[in-house]
Design a binder for this molecule. Structure first.
Ligand SMILES: NC(=[NH2+])NCCC[C@H](N)C(=O)O
Length: 274
């Protein structure tokens, strides 16, 4: 019998897809996909918010800004740990204004977000920084750079572990790995360099690993509250493996957002307060 998994209530920051679209291409998904169905995107995003609330979580929203079609991907705007907000410095020029737009929400919500140095290293928030097991797993290769991992370590006083991503379809760490709970992760080993794979194997010998099909279906871009795993229903193999381990998969299909290279986790920033 798998263990009974226990959820912890979470606070999630999102941004409505009012201006969501694919108008430029900064990852391979954005080059290959048909136009976005805006009405369907809205319906899918509302289903995600509903699923979070039904599981007992708090969902808040930053004000969407016209001309920022990727602002719906709230995960990238910052990393919040212990109430401390490390703001993003985006790689793509088109996304750079999002950092300040989200800072307005953080200030209004009573946080004191740090002011990122204009010429500092690229850091795409929770897209590449995943807190778990007393560490921050930190992705690099396409967006966030290693100096930003060091910056995060200094800022939070939490050890960072740099992991190298090698496949452009998995350009953010959160497209290839997610935290199942405070101790364990699920990931797609082939998205990482051989050395980083070995590191993950040593740190998480009990991890759930996913296949290429599950990963391409955005199965690793999931959100877990420790019990419920909000996951793409297209990642069928991973859904089954999680259920075998005692997690409760909650299917939410964000197919319209896949066209921009994003899924459930990308649309969700976890606001961790003490
Ligand atoms: N956390 C994420 N993986 N977010 C997805 C971001 C998608 C966005 N179009 C980009 O390429 O930047």
């Amino acid at each position: 019998m798998p263990p009974v998994r226990v959820s912890r209530p979470r606070r999630y920051l999102t941004c409505a897809p009012t201006y969501f679209d694919v108008t430029y291409a900064i990852n391979p998904w954005m080059r290959e996909n048909a136009p976005v169905d805006t009405a369907l995107a809205r319906t899918q995003w509302e289903a995600l918010v509903r699923a979070y609330r039904e599981a007992g979580h708090t969902v808040e929203s930053a004000e969407p800004v016209p001309g920022l079609p990727d602002m719906v991907f709230a995960a990238n705007a910052a990393l919040v740990l212990d109430g401390k907000v490390l703001r993003a410095r985006f790689h793509a020029e088109q996304r750079q204004p999002e950092s300040a737009a989200y800072a307005l929400w953080f200030k209004a919500a009573g946080f004191d977000p740090q002011e990122p140095e204009p010429c500092g290293p690229v850091c795409e928030g929770e897209g590449d920084l995943v807190p778990v097991a007393g560490l921050i797993l930190a992705g690099t290769g396409f967006r966030t750079t290693v100096p930003a991992h060091q910056e995060a370590q200094e800022f939070f006083g939490v050890p960072t572990v740099s992991l190298h991503l090698t496949d452009p379809y998995f350009y953010h760490l959160d497209t290839a790995l997610f935290a199942l709970d405070d101790e364990n992760i699920a990931y797609y080993p082939e998205a990482f360099s051989p050395g980083s794979r070995e590191v993950l194997g040593r740190l998480f010998p009990d991890a759930v690993t996913a296949t290429g099909d599950d990963a391409m279906a955005f199965g690793l871009n999931s959100v877990s509250d420790g019990r419920h795993v909000f996951i793409s229903p297209r990642a069928t193999g991973l859904v089954d493996r999680l259920a075998e381990r005692g997690y409760v998969p909650v299917p939410v299909d964000l197919s319209e957002f896949h066209k921009a290279g994003g899924g459930i986790k990308c649309c969700t920033q976890e606001v961790r307060t003490p």
